[in-house]
Design a protein around this ligand. Structure first.
Ligand code: F6R
Length: 599
């Protein structure tokens, strides 16, 4: 989704803003712009449709100089991608500029109201009303004008505002959309995510909902809507620039796939201590007291929940229900006795997951967040949080966040296991090195992708956890290679999907559940009989499929319930190589955003 940056300090703002916007490219965008206040107190705006290279060129041709500025990458929601709809937006007199992430739900009423007050609009966006409203409330006090404006906004926003009369200050605010302040010597920055801040500082302050901050080069003052001062802790980010850079890899996605052994190890290290499995305070008692688990999330995070439902039910005999967050928030929820809800979200900023969290809290259901981003909205609002230790995930398609979510969920299963927990723990400890073994053989997957990437129809099928990974595999392939791919429970084959199978189909059969090998073998024979090519993903030493499969990719032997951590790496690599072979950019797939902060 859109990205916001802002800089105020002793340097020229525009190169810093452009560089910072580049670090937010991963979020997805279709236009970009900056606004800088010049030494002569003039507001200079440069904005343009398309990639950041267009904006670079525009700024080269028409430079802007000044020590205070804001920038934006826009992902169109209201109004097509165009120069005029790009941010920053300004008031009529072009003295106030605003960048905005989120959606102003009452923009139509505000627009009519402003038009009745003779304000003319330059764009079709919901965001432009903010600039005009600030101007309407402005009488020399920018902070007050922003506070009064915010009181009239419904919806979600992170905004950064500059005004030509105040070249030494920037005002920012947020509600339901992330905003982080980076604290430096003689300069301060703001951004919607941490990566743009890292080349300047690792000391950050996360704003909370309805916070408004006045930022100068030497100070940050945070207020509530009534103008009362607030304190927000300065936190130190542990990970560094290297974690947010490509480090010689062609794409972030490949780097992040290859980082999985380390991310898994770091995630385990946070849970495994000498005294056994350790969880944040209160979480163990919460989980052990749960009689029913409800798991929710969106997309890949939902798939992690689905895998967990099979694993936890099998080893802990606790009923687990998994519901997509965008569904759960609108479902009549019947609260069950002893129910605990686990919300999974890499970013911790997904709009549907946040809305679901708030609904659950209103119902009095205890909430436990599983997220990767310290200080994110979901972690701040949930009753308890477990962090995955994936490090920053920049590529839009989630990879290492998913496998670390799985690992955390498996440690929960091991904690609740009725028996064999030592064997489960041993299997978990082996997963990082087994992931590495698989990655060391990635050329096999690359070669297979080279022979299949032009397939227009790819089906993934499996049973139990293999079905959940089939869903995740199909999602990965469609989002970055734009190949039509579907997943189904293998037992459903005869109930419909087989009608689509022909010689143009690749069927990927995930076969890691020993009690179901024979059933899977029959399913593979059925698709082969209709001319499909069959790739089987199974463990080394399994020979059930030797005569049926066209190709077999073998996984290191682990506990069958934990196979998803390994089998999904095969699908991630397959999707990645297909995407590259088709000439796509796997890091920035079309139409997709990294963090879906609007509904
Ligand atoms: C797919 C993908 C998305 C996210 C989904 C939820 O590769 O990344 O499906 O999983 O948008 O995002 P988070 O986990 O940030 O809530």
């Amino acid at each position: 989704m859109c990205g916001i940056v802002g800089y105020i300090g002793d340097k020229n703002a525009s190169p810093i803003l452009l560089e910072a916007l580049r670090k937010l490219e991963y979020r997805g965008y279709d236009s970009a712009g900056i606004a800088v206040i010049s030494a002569k107190k003039k507001l200079l705006v440069r904005k343009i449709k398309g990639r950041l290279s267009n904006l670079d060129l525009l700024v080269q041709q028409n430079p802007v100089e000044g020590n205070c500025g804001i920038g934006h990458t826009r992902w169109a929601t209201h109004g097509e991608p165009s120069d005029l709809n790009s941010h920053p937006h300004t008031d009529v007199s072009q003295s106030i500029a605003v960048v905005h992430n989120g959606i102003i739900e009452n923009h139509a009423q505000l627009r009519s109201w402003l038009e009745r007050h003779q304000v003319s609009f330059a764009s079709q966006t919901d965001s432009e009303v903010i600039a005009h409203l600030i101007d309407f409330h402005y009488n020399g006090d920018l902070l007050l004008a922003v506070r009064e404006t915010i009181k009239r906004l419904e919806g979600s926003y992170a905004i950064a505002v500059v005004c030509s009369e105040h070249p030494q200050m920037m005002v920012v605010a947020r509600k339901d959309s992330p905003l982080v302040i980076g604290r430096c010597e003689h300069a301060n920055l703001v951004a919607s995510d941490v990566p743009p801040l890292l080349s300047h500082t690792r000391d950050v302050q996360y704003l909370e909902d309805l916070d408004v901050a006045v930022i100068t080069s030497e100070d940050v003052q945070i207020y509530n809507l009534d103008g009362e001062r607030l304190e927000r802790e300065v936190q130190h980010i542990e990970w560094d620039m290297e974690a947010a850079e490509k480090c010689g890899f062609e794409h972030f996605m490949l780097k992040e796939i290859c980082e999985q052994p380390k991310a898994l190890k770091d995630t385990l290290r946070a849970r495994f201590k000498e005294e056994g499995l350790v969880f944040p305070q209160g979480v163990e008692a919460l989980l052990k007291g749960a009689k029913h688990l409800l798991i929710t999330g969106c997309g890949t995070a939902y798939h992690a929940g689905m895998v967990a439902s099979y694993v936890i039910e099998q080893v802990a005999s606790i009923p687990v229900e998994v519901v997509i967050a965008s569904e759960l928030r609108y479902r009549p929820l019947i609260k069950k006795e002893g129910e605990v809800c686990l919300l999974i979200s890499q970013s911790g900023e997904t709009a549907d997951t946040i809305a679901t969290l708030r609904m659950l809290k209103e119902l009095g259901i205890p909430t436990l967040a599983l997220t990767n981003v310290i200080g994110c909205t979901i972690s701040r609002e949930a009753d308890w949080t477990i962090y995955t230790q994936a490090g920053p995930e920049i590529a839009v398609a989630s990879t290492k966040a998913f496998t670390t979510q799985l690992l955390c969920l498996f440690t929960i299963a091991a904690l609740l296991a009725k028996q064999d927990s030592a064997a489960l723990l041993q299997a978990l400890e082996n997963l990082p090195s087994q992931a590495q073994l698989l990655l060391d053989r990635q050329e096999d997957i690359q070669r297979f992708a080279a022979s299949q990437f032009n397939k227009t129809k790819v089906f993934f099928m499996g049973r139990l956890v293999d079905f959940a990974i089939s869903l995740e595999s199909a999602l990965k392939l469609k989002e970055i290679s734009y190949t039509h791919s579907e997943a189904f429970a293998a037992g459903e084959l005869k109930h419909g999907p087989i009608a689509l199978v022909d010689t143009s189909t690749l069927v990927v059969a995930l076969c890691t559940q020993p009690t179901l090998y024979a059933k899977m073998d029959s399913n593979i024979k059925e698709v082969k009989a209709r001319g499909a090519t069959a790739l089987v993903i199974t463990f080394e030493h399994v020979h059930t499929f030797d005569d049926t499969a066209d190709t077999i990719i073998r996984l290191p032997q682990t506990h069958p319930l934990f196979s998803p951590v390994l089998s999904v790496i095969v699908s991630q690599l397959y999707a990645y190589y297909c995407s590259v072979l088709k000439g796509n950019d796997p890091d920035k797939p079309r139409n997709l955003a990294k963090s879906v902060t609007v509904e």
